[in-house]
Design a protein around this ligand. Sequence first.
Ligand SMILES: Cc1cc2nc3c(=O)[nH]c(=O)nc-3n(C[C@H](O)[C@H](O)[C@H](O)COP(=O)(O)OP(=O)(O)OC[C@H]3O[C@@H](n4cnc5c(N)ncnc54)[C@H](O)[C@@H]3O)c2cc1C
Length: 471
Amino acid sequence: MKKRSKKSPAKVQVEQETQRIGKEIWDHLDRRKPTLFERRWWLDHILEWAMQDESIKVQMFRFVDVLPMLKSSGTVTTHLQEYFEEVRTHLPVAARMGLDVAQPDTLLGKALAVNARTNTRKMAERFIAGTKPGEVFRSVQKLRDKGVAFSLDLLGEAVISDVEAEVYQQAYLDLIESLAPKVNAWPEDPVLDRDHTGWIPKCQVSIKLSALVSHFKPIDAERTSKLVKEKLRPIFQLARENDAYVHVDMEHYEYKNLTLQIFQEVCMEKEFRDWPDCGIVIQAYLPDAGDDLKALLKWVKKRKTPVGVRLVKGAYWDYETIQSEYRGWPCPVFTEKWESDANFEEQTQFLMKNHEHLRPAIASHNLRSLANAMAWAEEFKLPKSAWEIQMLYGMAEEQQHLFSELGYRVRVYAPFGELLPGMSYLVRRLLENTSNESFLRSAYDQEASIEELLRSPKEIAKLVEKTGVTA
Ligand SMILES: Cc1cc2nc3c(=O)[nH]c(=O)nc-3n(C[C@H](O)[C@H](O)[C@H](O)COP(=O)(O)OP(=O)(O)OC[C@H]3O[C@@H](n4cnc5c(N)ncnc54)[C@H](O)[C@@H]3O)c2cc1C
């Protein structure tokens, strides 16, 4: 006879707490604002408009992607017309008329181009903390004033030459050298600058290993590893000297194992073995996540010094599914959203349980995922200072401030750098925010009920099974 799976008493208790905490937070947010995530960042309804029609959204984001490369207002207007001609019948009448009359090199055409550039820049400023060091410093200072900590990330993916890789490494060295002394001079904030064991660095950066070399090739692991380590060591050394913290981001699945291996090998070297101010990312959309965390725990116990683990769902879902289908490989990510959510909760539990070795940073904007993390922390009797909540710059700002007011350590991942390399980051954020599966989008929907938003992934699985509807 088939055995019926029984929920453990701890899981039942945590589920009840998740519901209680989630509703309490929702009420606080509701009371503070008429809408949960402050409409202002949806930028004058542009995103709302795009969300209503998939075809407009695709054209809009294609346009945003190409815009920094367009030098004259004439080419901007021409591209706008070309891209939006394809979805002409979906556009509101006013937009259709605007595109018709605004010919390139006319006054109206120029006005349209200026408008497009200004709006895109404004959109970028929501998600990017600045281009120049002065702007970046002002942005992190503002975060600090609101009780929020930071981790800075230099924009720039797909490094393809040695010169670009040098520039990337040097930018981090310069950043740590110039920023750390300034932020270290800030008066201490006990919530942001201490965990349950002691002092934690104020200056934190996030780094992509693939950008340290011109060709990050898992197939040539030995050589890639040697070259990456040569670039990573000086960053770790400088961070250590300046009391800064370095977090290694996780990228595509293809890079995962080599990234984990390089991180662990460098952290095991004599000069870094007793250094706790470094961390790595685990992506819950990968069924591998549980095994990777268990392996990390085994390794860190041997190391005898803890490391940070940022738990995320994973930013490359579209890429992974398209790539694996194209190559005829097994898909490395879950294909149902509830599966990623369920795995996120499973790994949250693991991290909370093993927080002395793998210091948890729970990175999400999903109220259900975060309420569940708070419930697991309570279950294991962790003080608030023993873990942290991480969010992206410009996203769910209301939640950031509320959690900080409630005494949680909130850290914002703040990208900075030139707009051109920043575009793919910006488009990723826009896609994420407007995706049908996104929590933030559901929460923005006025019709959404808190019961639906807090529904457990397992419940959703049952509903999917019953109704056959996946989203
Ligand atoms: C501080 C911080 C740092 C980050 N660093 C990284 C990093 O280093 N590497 C990285 O990859 N990501 C990183 N991310 C991004 C993160 O992986 C998510 O893309 C993002 O946070 C959205 O997830 P959510 O929990 O906030 O929202 P939710 O709306 O709850 O979840 C959206 C996520 O669910 C998953 N998903 C969507 N549709 C499906 C589906 N059909 N089947 C299965 N899963 C699906 C995807 O991962 C998607 O991003 C970071 C996020 C934060 C907040």
